[in-house]
Ligand binder design. Structure first.
Ligand code: NAD
Ligand code: TYD
Length: 333
C-alpha cells in the first residue's frame, strides 16, 4: 500500500506517519507538505531516512504539481491533513484558510477523480458543527461553523462528501475533537500554556475561561483515523472524540498544578471573537468499527507536559520572528 499524506509535517500528520510506519511493515508513505510556519520536518527526524518514507515539498493548491505527484507515485490511499488550523489566525487573516482548506481540498479531489485511488480520507473537525450547549453532535447534524477556520473546514468537508455522491469517489471523513500531545505547534492552547509557564510568563485565558473543549490524545486519534481508513465505509462520516470535556479554566489549572504553579499565573484577556462555547461528540458510529480512546486524560496530559519539558529545544526553535509578530497582533504584547 502506498499512502499519500498531505500536511504530514504538522502535528497530527507527523504523529500519524510515525504510527503507520511502526504498525504496517509494508506500507510506503509519501508526505507532501508546503512547510508553512507550523510545518516542521523536525517532527519527522526519526524517519527521514526510512526506506518506506519520502518527503516532497508541495502546496496542495499547486494543481500541476499535485497532478504530477499523483501520476508518478500512484498512491492507493490519500489522507488529507494539510490545512491552516489556528482559529485566532483565521480571525486576523482568513485568506490562506479559504485557499488551502477549501481550494486545496478541491484540487486534491480533482486529482483523485482523474487518477483514481482506493480511498480518500479527509480530516475534518468537530468545529464544523459549531457550538452545542447540551448533548453531543452526531454525524448527521447540520454544520453551523462560527469561525473562518471552521467555515473553511466545513466547506471542504461538504465538498469531499459531494465528490462521493456525484462522482462515486471513495471518500471517508473524520471529525475529531481537540487533539493534544507531542509536536503540537506552541500557539495552540496546551503547548502555548506549557511553554509560557516554563519561560516564566503568564497564560492568556480568553473571556471567562468557561468554554469547554473535548480533548483527545493524538495517538488515540491516529488509531481512530487508521480504523476509519481501513474499516470505514465509503461516503460515511465518523466522529472521533476523546470523551474528556474540560472548561479552559479546568484545563489551565491542571497544567499549572502539574508544573507546581498557582492561579496567579493566569491572565484573563479579551475573549476570542465568535468563541464557541462547547464542543462534544457522540462516538457511537466509530465505536461500531472497533475504535475507542485508550488514554485517560489524567495520564496523557502528564505525558504531554513531560514531552514539552524534555523537548525544550524543539519548541524554542519555533519561537521565531513570525511567531513574535503573531503574538503582538493577537495579544498586543
Ligand atoms: P498543523 O497546523 O499542525 O499542521 C498542518 C500542516 O499542513 C503543516 O505541516 C503545514 O505546513 C501543512 N500545510 C498547510 N498549508 C498547506 C498547503 N497549502 N499545502 C500543503 N501543506 C500545507 O495542524 P494539525 O493540528 O496537525 O491538524 C491537521 C488536520 O487535522 C487539519 O486538517 C485540521 O483541521 C484537523 N484537525 C485538527 C485538530 C486539532 O486539534 N489539532 C482537531 C480536529 C481536526
Ligand atoms: P485552541 O488550542 O486554539 O483550539 P480551538 O480553538 O481549535 O478549540 O483553543 C482551545 C481553547 O482554548 C479555546 O476555547 C480557546 C482557548 N484559548 C485561550 O483561552 N487562550 C489562548 O491563548 C488560546 C490559544 C486558546
Amino acid at each position: 500500500m502506498k499512502l499519500l499524506i498531505t500536511g504530514g509535517a504538522g502535528f497530527i500528520g507527523s504523529n500519524f506517519i510515525h504510527h503507520i510506519l511502526e504498525k504496517y511493515p509494508t506500507y510506503e508513505i509519501i508526505n507532501i507538505d508546503k512547510l508553512t510556519y507550523c510545518g516542521n520536518l523536525e517532527n519527522l527526524k526519526k524517519v527521514e531516512d526510512h526506506e518506506r518514507y519520502k518527503f516532497i515539498k508541495c502546496d496542495i493548491c499547486d494543481k500541476e504539481k499535485i497532478d504530477e505527484i499523483f501520476q508518478e507515485e500512484k498512491p492507493d490511499f490519500v489522507i488529507n491533513f494539510a490545512a491552516e488550523t489556528h482559529v485566532d489566525r483565521s480571525i486576523l487573516d482568513p485568506d490562506a484558510f479559504v485557499k488551502t482548506n477549501f481550494l486545496g481540498t478541491h484540487i486534491l479531489l480533482e486529482a483523485v477523480k482523474k487518477h483514481g485511488i482506493e480511498r480518500f480520507l479527509h480530516i475534518s473537525t468537530d468545529e464544523t458543527y459549531g457550538s452545542i450547549d447540551n448533548g453531543k453532535f452526531k454525524e448527521e447534524d447540520a454544520l453551523l461553523p462560527n469561525s473562518p477556520y471552521s467555515a473553511s473546514k466545513a466547506s471542504a468537508d461538504l465538498l469531499a462528501r459531494s465528490y462521493f455522491k456525484t462522482f462515486s469517489l471513495p471518500v471517508v471523513i473524520t471529525r475529531s475533537s481537540n487533539n493534544y500531545g507531542p509536536y503540537q505547534f506552541p500557539e495552540k492552547v496546551i503547548p502555548l500554556f506549557i511553554s509560557n509557564i516554563l519561560q516564566g510568563k503568564k497564560v492568556p485565558l480568553y473571556g471567562t475561561g468557561k468554554n469547554i473543549r473535548d480533548w483527545i490524545y493524538v495517538q488515540d486519534n491516529c488509531e481512530g483515523l487508521d480504523a476509519v481508513l481501513h474499516d470505514g465505509e465509503d461516503g460515511e462520516i465518523y466522529n472521533i472524540g476523546g470523551g474528556n470535556e474540560k472548561t479552559n479554566l479546568e484545563l489551565t489549572q491542571i497544567i499549572l498544578n502539574e508544573l507546581d504553579k498557582d492561579d496567579s499565573h493566569i491572565e484573563y484577556v479579551d475573549d476570542r471573537l465568535g468563541h464557541d462555547l462547547r464542543y462534544a461528540l457522540d462516538i457511537e458510529k466509530v465505536s461500531k468499527i472497533g475504535w475507542e480512546p485508550k488514554h485517560t486524560f489524567e495520564d496523557a496530559i502528564k505525558k504531554t507536559i513531560n514531552w514539552y519539558l524534555e523537548n525544550e529545544d524543539w519548541w524554542k526553535k519555533l519561537q521565531t520572528k513570525e511567531l513574535e509578530e503573531y503574538y503582538e497582533k493577537q495579544y498586543g504584547a
